[in-house]
Design a binder for this molecule. Structure first.
Ligand SMILES: [Zn+2]
Length: 297
């Protein structure tokens, strides 16, 4: 049986063995989007892969190097280009000589609105972009790329075949539903990527933030149901007449903490884009904060 580590049990900067093949070091960057901090995973022994090196933080770089002392880092895998995941990849590549593997940012990628998510790492440049199903191997481990756009256009998860586990990045987080904020976030893609992971029947999900998901099936179905319920609420409000985003947020998120207003508006916009794509909703002009939305005839 895998000795799961509860989220409260870690100390910043100290690697913990959390499964036969996986160690985790948590960066000291707790916050509203990172929970306790970025969990950097080290896979294998001797010749290892590092997944999501984390933010630009010398202490965290030293912690990763301390954890892998006497070993060789052969691959640096990055789930997506947010500033709490990718920036340290470059420093780690320079020290170790390992290649950075991840999806290049979409050329039109933009940081989400302030206060909604971590910003983009504008300097992120992977050496190699894996195709869906591409495998990176080391002694005793194989990591398969599972493309999962939605949270960002370039999001990718990595499946550890030996443990039927998935490093789920921010696509599936252990402590909260993920943020899907346009323009980089796309709800239509997110639905498809969620169903893709549900279809794989993993035993464990290891998110970059928060505790592991040990019963992925019901957990992911609940996330999907939550989004579909939100979508039904939006359709319900529009059924009473056209509305703008702030009015929709006011109706749907009753008693919302004002600090979460922008995040809620971004999420509602992501749902509206999806509803427009599937032909259920129309907007007058370019969909955004200033436009009005109505049910399609
Ligand atoms: Zn992210």
């Amino acid at each position: 049986m895998i000795p799961y580590v509860r989220e409260m049990d870690f100390a910043y900067g100290v690697a913990q063995q959390i499964s036969p093949l996986i160690r985790r070091v948590v960066a000291n960057n707790p916050g509203p989007f990172t929970f306790k901090g970025t969990g950097t995973y080290i896979v294998g022994q001797g010749e290892v892969a590092v997944i999501d090196p984390g933010p630009r933080d010398d202490n965290h770089l030293r912690a990763i190097l301390r954890a892998t002392a006497g070993e060789t880092i052969t691959a640096i895998l990055v789930t997506h280009d947010h500033a709490d995941h990718a920036p340290l990849a470059q420093s780690l590549a320079e020290v170790s000589g390992a290649k950075i593997i991840g999806c290049a940012p979409h050329p039109d990628a933009q940081s989400p609105p302030m206060g909604v998510e971590e910003g983009l790492d504008r300097l992120y440049r992977p050496d190699r972009t894996p195709f869906d199903g591409d495998v990176v191997r080391g002694p005793g481990w194989a990591l398969r790329a599972v493309t999962t756009p939605g949270h960002t256009a370039n999001h990718i998860c990595f499946a550890l075949e030996q443990e039927h586990a998935l490093f789920s990045g921010d696509h599936v987080m252990g402590w909260s539903t993920t943020v899907v904020a346009p323009p980089d976030g796309n709800m239509t893609d997110y639905y498809a990527s969620l169903r893709k992971v549900i279809g794989e029947d993993f035993r464990t999900l290891w998110p970059t933030h928060g505790p592991p998901v040990t019963e992925p099936g019901p957990f992911l179905q609940a996330y999907l149901a939550h989004r579909l319920e939100r979508e039904a609420q939006i359709v319900g409000v529009l059924g009473r007449g056209p509305a703008m985003i702030d009015a929709l947020v006011g109706e749907i998120y009753v008693g919302l903490d004002p600090r979460l207003q922008r995040a809620a508006a971004a999420s509602v916009l992501a749902h509206l884009f999806h509803l427009i794509r599937v032909g259920k909703v129309v907007s007058d002009g370019r969909p955004g904060r200033e436009s009005s939305f109505a049910l399609a005839n």
